[in-house]
Design a protein around this ligand. Sequence first.
Ligand code: AMP
Length: 424
Amino acid sequence: MSFENFGLIPELLKAVKAQGYEEPTPIQNIAIPAIFEGRNILASAQTGTGKTAAFALPLLQILSKNPSLKKRRRPRLLILVPTRELADQVGKNIQAFGRLLSLRSTVIYGGVKVDPQIDKLKRGVDIIVATPGRLLDHAYNYTVDLSRVEFLVFDEADRMLDMGFIENIAEMLDYLPPERQNLMFSATYPKAIKELADSVIENPLHIEVSKLNTTASDIRQFIHPVERDRKRALLYNLIIDERWNQVLVFTRTRKKADKLAKQLKSDGINTAALHSEKTQSIRTKILEDFKKGKIRALIATDVAARGLDINDLPYVVNFDLPDVPEYYVHRIGRTGRAGLNGIAISFVCRDDADNLTKIQEFIKQKISVKKIEGFDMERIKKKPSKKISSSKSKIENKTKGKGKKVKKIEKGKPKEVQKKSVWS
Ligand code: AMP
């Protein structure tokens, strides 16, 4: 199959070529013709499979073939995403694919000034890419009119639920006309998402380009057993010894991300921390610098790092394992994108044992254990019989009675979830 076979207009074929796409990815092969046919879609796609182009290309074509006849344009395509970073990314993709079309798009999210958004909406747009909280604020304040939306896309839907957007979504639906084409994309499909999909999306075409809840196959995954207080030294050693030039590191909390970034900086490694406490402009700048290779190690929390598309990112490190197994799939999906190889390494200390069990059950895979000389747990503790193992029973025995102090992953509602005229 080629992009020409979809009947894409020359403007879009040119844009696809400019992106360097030679042939469609599996999700594009199935979704693009189905969207042209007007089908609702429920797609399960691994991270980095090309799902943005899968929905953007046909929808841009449909919109441009039937342009709005009204003088003042009102949004006809609404793309909901969980984070500001993903909103920017999808917004940029829409701009790139649609650069030869006369459609107008804008990106709406909280944490930035509202006036420029209001101005843009007033001037009229065809496409909105938004996080639900801020968009709902606009709806409350009548600064956006969603009554003409014909196409609704949920991107990374599972994460929208995780971030507490479910209520916002339910409220938002009241502002949309009932007759719409609905598309939902999600890497994982927990029960709550299936329920939302059932209530919102009628008779969808189910697309599954990969097995549910599995990790991308071109990511090599390893576990390095290590004592908790040696994790930082292990990370430093790997960066230096193995000459890592670009690594994304996940910690469980913002505080930890800041602390680790500070420590690595003092070790002479160009490092930055990325999390939801930083202002949006700083987050954007840090990401740009990391993508350009100006930052060697980026220490991030789950909230900030979701949806990042970093070309050729070679390494992802789970400094702490996530409490929620789905997050493991999303985190490591930052590497090995678009068919490239990537390495995902998890530092596992005794406190991580429970989470490791949950993750391995979730991905239905046992992750290879690779001990690093000088950092092996038994060596330090001199307890050779207490090897870390991914076998459930052993881990349970080990953690029993230890008052597992696993801190909750930073989640909670982002600022923009607050309701009624509170411009965050
Ligand atoms: P996405 O899953 O939409 O975030 O896309 C992941 C990455 O794959 C992005 O860097 C896209 O630019 C890239 N991509 C999307 N479609 C294709 C394609 N047909 N060929 C090569 N790369 C693609």
